[in-house]
Design a protein around this ligand. Structure first.
Ligand SMILES: Cc1ncc(COP(=O)(O)O)c(C=O)c1O
Length: 348
């Protein structure tokens, strides 16, 4: 049976969160000399001399409406990479606990595990990039606290079958983290719709992909109120800066434009995934539910270098087990996609 108390690190359960100046005083006042800020102003712009809201109240309220989730079930991080790191710190005792991931997948799960001195167990996805569920369950140990599932998966682009994720959630007593960085490009419901059913589910999303805000660093974790309270307890107090909070609030008012951008990217993805296999250099384009394509080519390293010479940078994934001979190509503008197509068609 899953019990949050059983998996959270004892020091995290015991510790008290940092109490900031903005936490200790609530109400109205005219003189704020409680946070050692520069009251003369900021050279960067109005308001930036003040610390930002540590709880991102306005931003969470807007996200809650858009996602149909209570603000108490939302954690905001300095990118979803921060949420990944905090999950390790929340439940994995360094040098004792372990996590399980499913390569080929996003590399930061492994980096965060190594940084936090957490043992890394890996179960390779099947040749069609799905989860071999029974093998995963066989590899779960008493010390396994986290399983990372990336859906749609990076770098393969596909959604993971929901039945596999359900089986993990039903049979694993640690946290199942479903990383949905690319969900806005997929024709599938988010796992946030299943949070009420699964107390051990954590869903990650980000503003870096469909929302086009990679430079602002804003990621989201959705989970039970209890898990979110633990994120809040262990996060750095001012982890989302004022400029990001302001700009994200503006962006959140433009959901219609967001839908247009997603539509255009998905259309271009479909166009490229039909067109690329007609080229001599291309062996296979894998189905994608994301904003990139995994493309198996005849000579990955040579094509990669040739594209660089043409001023086109793709991601060479050919050294990853399961992605031999593959390049990962993000969907660009219509013009960029045409340039890329033309360049590959000229490759000899
Ligand atoms: C699957 C996946 N998760 C998370 C991230 C990181 O997102 P963020 O920019 O929010 O840190 C990426 C970025 O490429 C990703 O591919």
């Amino acid at each position: 049976m899953f019990s949050l108390e059983n998996i959270v690190r004892p020091n995290v359960l015991k510790m008290k969160a940092y109490s900031s100046a903005r936490d200790e005083f609530k109400g109205t006042a005219s003189v704020f000399v409680d946070a050692n800020e520069n009251n003369l102003g900021s050279l960067a712009g109005e308001r930036y001399n003040r610390y930002p809201d540590p709880h991102q109240k306005k931003l969470k309220e807007r996200i809650a409406v858009i996602k149909g989730i209570s603000p108490k079930q939302i954690f905001l991080g300095n990118g979803s990479d921060e949420a990944i790191d905090l999950l390790f710190r929340m439940v994995c005792r360094p040098g004792q606990d372990s996590m399980l991931h499913l390569p080929p997948t996003y590399g930061m799960y492994e980096v965060s595990a190594n940084l936090n001195e957490v043992q890394l167990d890996a179960v390779q996805l099947t040749p069609d990039f799905q989860i071999p569920v029974l093998e995963v369950l066989r590899n779960v140990k008493d010390t396994t606290k986290l399983i990372f599932v990336c859906s749609p998966n990076n770098p393969t682009g596909n959604l993971i079958e929901p039945e596999s994720i359900e089986t993990l959630l039903d049979n694993f007593d640690g946290l199942v983290v479903v990383d949905e960085a690319y969900i806005d490009f997929a024709d599938a419901p988010s796992w946030t719709t299943r949070l009420a059913e699964y107390p051990n589910l954590v869903v990650l999303q980000t503003f870096s992909k469909a929302w086009g805000m990679a430079g602002l660093r804003l990621g989201m974790a959705f989970a039970s109120e209890e898990i979110i309270a633990l994120f809040d307890k262990i996060k750095p107090p001012y982890n989302i800066n004022e400029a990001t909070q302001e700009l994200a609030l503006k962006a959140l008012d433009q959901t219609e434009q967001l839908a247009y951008m997603i539509e255009e990217i998905v259309q271009e993805r479909e166009m490229l995934s039909d067109a690329l296999p007609t080229l001599e250099a291309v062996e296979k384009v894998y189905p994608s539910d994301a904003n990139f394509l995994l493309v198996r080519v005849k000579e990955a390293n040579r094509l990669y270098n040739y594209l660089l010479e043409q001023g086109i940078v793709v991601r060479n994934r050919s050294s990853l087990s399961g992605c031999e001979g593959c390049l990962r190509i993000s969907i660009g503008t219509i013009n960029e996609n045409q340039q890329l197509f033309q360049a590959i068609s000229n490759f000899r």
